[in-house]
Design a protein around this ligand. Structure first.
Ligand SMILES: Nc1nc2c(ncn2[C@@H]2O[C@H](COP(=O)(O)OP(=O)(O)OP(=O)(O)O)[C@@H](O)[C@H]2O)c(=O)[nH]1
Ligand SMILES: [Zn+2]
Length: 216
């Protein structure tokens, strides 16, 4: 697959999917960010100088540091440590129900759900927690669910070079429940398959069964 070059630092694009660090932009200062929050409070119709709101800009900027911590991390590095002693194990490895919190890039409000990830190792495996860490890094950025699903699959595929990767995300978008169309509880489901999960319907069906069909 073609590697598209992107000269912006931190970017690593494979077939149009960005899997490296986020864009390395010059960030505004904390003070500027806090001023922006004060403006939004006033825009919402409240008084930023009111006792209860005085420390809010600082708290919001602190919360942003957590919500969007994923721009600082490189998901490729997260997966760089692998193990080859797996005692002849030769089947899929799957993590089900990885908690997922992210923010949609259109409205900057949360979407919350679960990711299920499987890969079929060749000769090397990765520490289990590292797959959940990849979800964490991409989740802590401004996202669409489709982009995030593709990024997770592509990163695992590129770094581990397994026989195949399967990723499924199910999430509820607050931009659809709290505002706009106001349809609470709608699950958005996205999947991305590479290798054997894409080519072999039996492997794909097995993944789907493990992810979904468990008497819920
Ligand atoms: N495909 C996709 N769409 C998303 C995601 N998160 C939010 N959206 C949608 O992004 C769209 C933005 O549509 P716009 O018409 O530009 O914005 P809007 O007027 O706020 O749209 P409404 O939500 O319909 O009120 C909406 O349809 C959202 O439901 C996502 O992860 N993937
Ligand atoms: Zn949205």
């Amino acid at each position: 697959m073609a590697t598209k070059t992107d000269t912006r630092p931190g970017r690593k694009l494979y077939a149009g999917i960005e899997i490296g660090k986020g864009p390395q932009i010059t960030r505004p200062s904390r003070e500027e960010a806090e001023r922006a929050v004060r403006t939004l409070i006033a825009y919402a119709g409240d008084d930023p100088e009111r006792e209860g709101l005085r420390d809010t800009p600082k708290r919001v900027v602190g919360a942003y540091d957590e919500f969007f911590a994923g721009y600082k991390d490189d998901p490729i590095e997260v997966l760089s440590r692998t193990f080859d002693d797996v005692g002849g194990y030769d089947d899929i490895v799957m993590l089900r129900d990885i908690e997922l919190n992210s923010h949609c890039e259109h409205h900057m409000v949360p979407f919350i759900g679960k990711a299920h990830i499987a890969y079929f190792p060749t000769d090397r495996v990765v520490g289990l927690s590292k797959l959940a860490r990849v979800v964490e890094v991409f989740g802590r950025r401004l996202q669409t669910q489709e982009t995030m699903t593709a990024q997770i699959a592509e990163t695992i595929d590129r770094v581990l070079k397994p026989k195949g990767v399967a990723v499924m995300i199910e999430a509820v978008h607050q931009c659809m429940s709290m505002r706009g169309v106001r349809k609470p509880g709608v699950a958005t489901i996205t999947t991305q398959f590479t290798g054997v999960f894409k080519e072999d319907p039996a492997q794909q069906a097995r993944f789907m069964q493990l992810a979904v069909d468990r008497g819920r």
